[in-house]
Design a protein around this ligand. Structure first.
Ligand code: SAM
Length: 257
């Protein structure tokens, strides 16, 4: 194929976002989101990232693996335009594009070489800890580059419908039940309350529901938790409860017993 090129994944993202719903629309909007990138194959060598630890932020270039099978169309409806107006896919950051490639600036918290205890050979992996990500768990990474402010941060650039940071108009409260769960989970997830609040302040519902109240109880999957919440007024979301997700395999094991 003259117009094709083969790329190898150099790493994989481990993210608290286990499904697309409720992932912020851009990085940095939810600073309490913490994840990592594990380098893979030939890229799994500390030499490849030598010197990168001196940069506070990195560009992560990745594949929209969760939507790539759905293909693309030239026109898309950006949520920032209310989900009604159509605009060219290349004039947006939509996941549906001719090549399903995304790019996100994230904070680089640390770079470590970690022993894989699950592997009999106790192999080692280079792991980049990151925060502020907008990436689905399992996202394949095809490149990482240092973020360079003098060139990458153009404060006077025109950005059409996406000029302003999205406004936070929603207050987030927690039921007594949700508060006890947060206290119980504190050792495993110390920033859970702040993380959930930052996600919900963005109103993760589809664009056509923005600024509209509804009575639906929504659920979102973060870490191994199902977080249920509901609008109690146009400007307030209440987190109703937080429960651990028992996966299918665990159920099967339990049934066998
Ligand atoms: N910052 C990136 C960019 O500009 O290329 C992504 C922007 S895109 C609008 C952000 C959305 O992509 C998230 O809200 C989430 O729904 C979706 N997303 C993140 N990781 C994905 C993946 N691996 N596959 C499919 N969709 C993904």
């Amino acid at each position: 194929m003259p117009n094709s090129i083969a790329l190898n994944y150099i790493g994989k993202v481990s993210s608290p976002y286990k499904e697309k719903f409720a992932i912020p629309r851009q990085p940095g909007l939810v600073s309490a989101a913490k994840g990592s990138i594990t380098l893979l194959g030939d890229a799994n060598t500390p030499e490849l990232v030598r010197g990168l630890e001196a940069f506070s932020h990195i560009w992560v270039i990745f594949i929209f693996h969760g939507t790539q099978e759905q293909g693309w169309k030239p026109l898309v409806r950006p949520p920032r335009l209310g989900g009604n107006a159509k605009i060219g896919a290349l004039a947006t950051r939509s996941t549906f594009r001719p090549n399903p490639v995304g790019m996100s600036v994230v904070k680089l918290d640390s770079i470590d070489v970690i022993t894989n205890k699950d592997c009999p050979k106790r192999s080692k992996n280079v792991v980049l800890s990151i925060s502020g990500l907008d990436l689905l768990d399992g996202t394949p990474v095809i490149d990482i580059k240092p973020y360079i402010p003098y060139s990458d941060a153009l404060v006077h650039a025109q950005a059409s419908y996406a000029q302003e940071t999205p406004k936070k108009t929603i207050m987030v409260s927690f039921s007594d039940e949700a508060t006890s769960s947060i206290q119980y989970l504190n050792k495993t997830y110390p920033e859970l309350e702040n993380f959930i609040a930052q996600i919900l302040e963005q109103d993760p519902r589809p664009a056509y529901k923005q600024n509209k109240q509804d009575d639906k109880i929504y659920g979102m999957l973060i870490y191994d938790l199902n977080v249920q919440w509901q609008f109690v007024s146009l400007s307030e979301i209440s987190v109703i409860n937080i429960s651990r997700v028992i996966n299918h395999i665990d159920n099967e094991v339990n049934n066998d017993n």
